[in-house]
Write a protein that binds this ligand. Structure first.
Ligand code: ATP
Ligand code: MG
Length: 425
């Protein structure tokens, strides 16, 4: 079954409200394994709503109209659907009774307009209202069906889960679900990721396109690789998850340690897991990032188990006095190595991480804007752990350089911990 969403409301077109209803319905349709290839928005105009529904019916088996079921003159979805069906609207006494009761229960008098909400196209079914005064509609047309649900989000969600999805899956005659999982990578550009994954894309295409793979460039958070699979049959969810898991294994073999997490795992969560499993704690010294690294790390729930703290050693004297950085340039390999060791020592941590560099707008110590050093002290981790450094030349403005430094430093730490864990096992 293919199902299309038609969101009704001029305010959606004018940008006054965001069409969150359509994205929510898209997610629900996917979870129910119902294909959805189009989403349409249309203003409060009967002729155009009719045209949108007709076009949707040409390419889909089911259409969900959302919005425009209210009592006012601009709520005309009912009229538009009746026109598409080629039937009149009739008032349904059972709906009239419910609407009257709702007003009585609230001790309010009922405007006559509200009775329009009891109108249903001749021959159609309705979805009883539970929260608002507007009932929904289920209108079969040949082998197809038009649903209408209110625009108010919580009323819409209630009717979709209670009535529309069950009706759609019954029509589909098979149980299905669409699931997805996102592998999050850092360190490669989008085209490099696509190139690595190309063999899988070809193989999946040749095998019929289930699962499918999509790329999402997420700026400072790296490149996401999303695997989407459809499962059918009584075990649909398990089938879909199994397809995804086996694809994940294949993709990880191609992408290696550029994959740092799944779905909502961010870089700091990946780092925290590795620190916990190594039984290590972390101390951070930051210059150009001014505490951004520590801020991200402390956002992880339970960070106190592995994070000792951070020192914002912005002035050169602070680097020297608190961290034991020797005389000489502070944007340098020597300085960042001493900062990392100093952070571990001063904070009593197993692992020290440090960053220093030139965020701009002007150069410093003769070094161009974007020159960044990252230092890591893993000597207390055992097994030949050493002090390592890495130099970066980052493009962009001050804010971008700072943010790129944060994620690059966390990624360097992640890879070092990963390597240490592998050397260990
Ligand atoms: P009402 O009885 O309130 O008139 P209705 O079915 O006629 O309900 P609309 O008038 O289209 O629905 O929308 C009512 C409210 O619901 C809007 O003011 C808006 O806040 C919200 N809404 C409507 N459509 C959407 C949408 N597509 N996405 C998110 N919110 C929406
Ligand atoms: Mg309305």
């Amino acid at each position: 079954v293919r199902c299309e969403v038609v969101a009704v409301g001029s305010e959606l077109l004018l940008g006054q409200i965001v069409d969150t209803n359509s994205s929510w319905m898209g997610e629900q349709l996917a979870l129910a394994g119902i294909d959805s290839y189009f989403q349409v928005k249309v203003g409060d105009n009967q002729g155009r709503i009719v045209a949108a529904i007709r076009q949707a019916l040409e390419r889909s088996d089911a259409v969900i109209c959302c919005g425009g079921l209210g009592p006012t003159q601009d709520d005309i979805t009912r009229e538009a659907i009746a026109e598409v069906l080629g039937v009149e609207l009739e008032s349904r006494p059972e709906l009239v009774a419910v609407i009257r009761e709702l007003f009585q229960a609230r001790g309010r008098s009922m405007p006559a307009n509200n009775l329009r909400q009891a109108d249903v196209p001749v021959g159609a079914g309705f979805i009883p209202q539970t929260r608002g005064t507007a009932p929904g509609l289920i209108c079969p047309l040949g082998g197809r069906v038009i649903y209408a649900v209110p625009g108010v989000p919580h009323e819409m969600r209630d009717m979709i889960t209670r009535a529309v999805i069950p009706d759609l899956t019954a029509r589909a005659g098979e149980l299905a679900t669409i699931r997805s999982r996102t592998l999050r990578t850092w360190g490669l550009g989008e085209s490099a990721v696509a190139e690595l994954v190309a063999p899988r894309l070809e193989a999946l295409d040749a095998a019929g396109g289930n699962p499918t793979i999509a790329f999402l460039a997420s700026g400072i958070e790296g490149i996401k690789v999303r695997v989407t699979a459809k499962g059918t049959g009584p075990d649909a969810a398990r089938v879909a998850e199994a397809l995804i898991s086996s694809e994940e294994t294949q993709l990880r073999a191609l992408l290696g340690d550029t994959v740092f997490g799944i779905d909502d795992d961010n870089m700091e969560v990946a780092v925290s897991r590795l620190l916990v499993s190594a039984g290590a704690t972390l101390g951070v010294a930051e210059s150009l990032t001014g505490g951004l690294i520590a801020a991200r790390l402390t956002a992880v729930a339970g960070a106190s188990a592995w994070l000792r703290g951070g020192i914002v050693s912005y002035a050169s004297e602070v680097k020297r006095e608190l961290l034991g950085v020797s005389d000489g340039p502070v944007v340098s390999e020597e300085a960042v190595a001493e900062m990392a060791s100093g952070a571990a020592r001063a904070l009593g941590a197993t692992v020290g991480l440090a960053v220093t560099g030139v965020a701009g707008p002007t150069e410093q110590e003769g070094q161009p804007v974007g020159t960044v050093w990252i230092g890591l002290d893993l000597t207390r981790l055992g097994h030949g752990g050493a002090v390592t450094t890495r130099q970066l030349h980052l493009p962009g403005d001050r804010e971008r350089i700072r943010q790129m430094t944060v994620i690059s430093a966390l990624d360097l730490l992640r890879r070092a911990l990963l390597a240490a864990a592998e050397a260990d096992s």
